[in-house]
Design a protein around this ligand. Structure first.
Ligand code: AKG
Ligand code: FE2
Length: 267
């Protein structure tokens, strides 16, 4: 008899037509690892944003920390982390961010549309998060053509104090895929959360870990479709595989569940 690897019934992906109250609560409670909503953006909406972005040059995330490089359009807070807090450079960069996104001259605000659909069935609603009363960034377009290394995201560990004015009791990572490659570009999640021993696998000066950190853990693989929205529990270690044949461009932001009950986003 071949040995069947044991499976955690809660380490699963839900596919739905909307981010319902039940699915968001389930993700926060650990009854799902991820929620997919295909067709979240119409092909027309994807094409409009992508068409505008194609005429712009992307920056790269700080290349000391992010290797292989990941391209981005817009400001991400991870480039401005300093001493467990947020450097002034973040707020300065955000002014340019707003200008750059406005200059795309889109017929709709893509991050606002994503936010509203995310919060549509959530009793506490959704808003862009604040720090010191100031609104944080609303999102970035990210292009990890060479993939993301194995990593996890958890603002409670990355920042010394609460990142936002309101304490968080849960966290998600949101991605809306505008363009996906014909092969590669999978998002992989492992049923493994950070533990102190994992630091032995951290790559020097990097956001990522050696893949041996998740050896033996149950994993699941998601091949995103264009127009799809994906919400994951980012405290599970996750990675993105390199893309082949086309750009992999996604709109992304972090989502927190505030102790007030409101969903709050930042980038
Ligand atoms: O692009 C993806 O599918 C996931 C990227 C990621 O690491 C995140 O959203 O936290
Ligand atoms: Fe991540």
């Amino acid at each position: 008899m071949p040995r069947v690897a044991p499976h955690d019934p809660f380490f699963r992906v839900a596919t739905a037509t909307a981010f319902t109250h039940r699915l968001l609560s389930g993700l926060a409670a650990g009854r799902y690892a991820a929620v997919r909503v295909p067709g979240f953006f119409s092909p027309e909406r994807c094409a409009e944003v992508l068409g505008a972005l194609e005429r712009r040059t992307f920056d790269s995330y700080g290349t000391a920390r992010v290797q292989p490089p990941v391209m981005r359009f817009g400001v991400g807070i991870s480039d401005h982390m300093a001493d467990g807090g947020v450097a002034d450079s973040y707020w300065e960069a955000l002014e340019g961010h707003d200008r750059a996104w406005r200059a795309l001259d889109l017929s709709f605000d893509p991050f606002a549309v994503c936010r509203e659909a995310l919060g549509a069935h959530w009793p506490g609603g959704v808003a862009v998060g604040r720090r010191g009363g100031r609104e944080l960034g609303d999102g970035v377009a990210r292009e990890p053509n060479q993939g993301f290394l194995v990593h996890f995201d958890d603002a409670s560990r990355e920042y010394t104090e609460d990142l936002l004015d309101t304490p968080l009791i849960g966290q998600f990572a949101f991605n809306l895929y505008l363009s996906v490659p014909p092969s590669g570009g999978e998002t992989v999640l492992w049923r493994h959360r950070w533990q102190p021993e994992d630091e032995a696998y951290r790559l020097p000066a990097s956001y990522g870990y050696d893949e041996a950190v998740v050896r033996g853990a149950e994993s699941l693989e998601i091949t995103p479709c264009a127009g799809e929205a994906l919400l994951i529990d980012p405290r599970y270690f996750h990675a993105v595989r390199p893309s082949r044949g086309a750009r992999r461009v996604a709109l992304g932001f972090a989502v927190g569940l505030a102790s007030s009950g409101q969903l709050v986003t930042w980038a």
